[in-house]
Write a protein that binds this ligand. Structure first.
Ligand code: SF4
Ligand code: SF4
Length: 299
């Protein structure tokens, strides 16, 4: 793949949750973190990957052509079809013969021009609602060589640009290549304790917190911090009070608390990824209220 090509796994139009106005959101493949509660687990791998939706599979009706198509023995049939994702090389041959779309690729290559063509279709809606384009993922900064020229081109069309980021990136490159072309940055803060960050996201929080501090020094008006509320992990009194103290130290008066959403679990099953975190219910209003209280509980 050249830097002119990105790997994306979704392009959602008509979004109203990823920034102001009506927006289109581009989801980039690849993320440097491995959050145990990740709600876009299909975006973790930087390469296209296979999804198997067992609920759509009809082996009796279709005659199971996928079995012969897979040369790696990743697809097996016992009572039902199953996929061994560890053996899968993501060749996507099986997707071509599956008539039910039970086997589908996650991720496709796209050039700046191709994406631009899709994104500009909704330009009238961006302009009439104060909307624009949001880069999300995965983590768009992992494909900076592509994301930067995309942002630059969007700005040349006078389109509002936003980024949703986990904050784990090379600041120097980000500052030089992406920051000048961004109007808004949703910066996720998860865990204030470094050991807990390593345990639950797979990475130290040092780079993330340093990047946040540096960004505030030169572009504070572009940054909105967000905290995902994950019961028993980020949504604890100790963590939320600690993050509130960090934000107060930086004189940030705005922060978005995002209640836990369990709808990612089916996606994990389809891509064969296991996780130690299995809460399957939404947060109650009482749990959310407790989080707000903890966040405001600084002495
Ligand atoms: S993507 Fe390729 S290797 Fe993976 S299950 Fe399908 S045919 Fe087999
Ligand atoms: S081709 Fe598709 S629908 Fe048919 S058995 Fe394979 S996965 Fe199931």
């Amino acid at each position: 793949m050249s830097s002119n090509q990105a790997i994306i796994f979704d392009l959602k139009r008509d979004c109203s949750e990823d920034g102001p106005g009506i927006r289109s959101t581009v989801f980039f493949k690849g993320c440097p973190l491995s959050c145990v509660w990740c709600h876009n687990p299909e975006g973790k791998s930087p390469q296209p990957s296979l999804s198997f939706n067992a609920a759509l599979c009809r082996p009796t009706e279709c005659g199971s052509p996928c079995l012969d198509k897979c040369e790696n023995g990743s697809i097996q049939k016992d009572q039902a079809i199953s996929v061994d994702h560890l053996r899968c090389t993501s060749c996507m041959s099986c997707c071509q013969v599956c008539p039910e779309a039970a086997l589908t690729p996650i991720g496709r290559e796209a050039s700046v021009d191709e994406l631009l063509y899709e994104l500009l279709i909704d330009q009238p809606f961006y302009q009439s609602t104060g909307g624009g384009v949001t880069l999300s993922g995965g983590e768009a900064t992992m494909q900076m060589a592509f994301a930067a020229p995309l942002l630059k081109t969007l700005k040349s069309h006078n389109i509002h640009t936003a980024l949703e980021t986990c904050g784990y990136f090379s600041y120097q490159r980000f500052q030089a290549e992406m920051l000048p072309y961004l109007d808004l940055i949703y910066f996720d803060l998860k865990l204030i304790d470094d050991q807990e960050s390593r345990t639950y996201t797979g990475q130290s929080n040092r780079l993330i917190l340093d990047n946040f501090s540096r960004l505030l020094k030169e572009a504070k008006d572009k940054v909105i911090p967000r905290i995902p509320l994950v019961p028993e992990i980020t949504a604890t009194k100790k963590n939320l009070a600690g993050l509130a103290g960090f934000l107060r130290k930086h004189r940030m008066s705005t922060c978005i608390l995002m209640p836990y959403n369990p709808l990612w679990q089916d996606k994990r099953t389809r891509i064969g990824r296991k996780t130690q975190y299995n809460r399957s219910t939404f947060m109650s209003s009482a749990e959310q209220a407790a989080c707000v209280g903890w966040f405001n509980s600084l002495p």
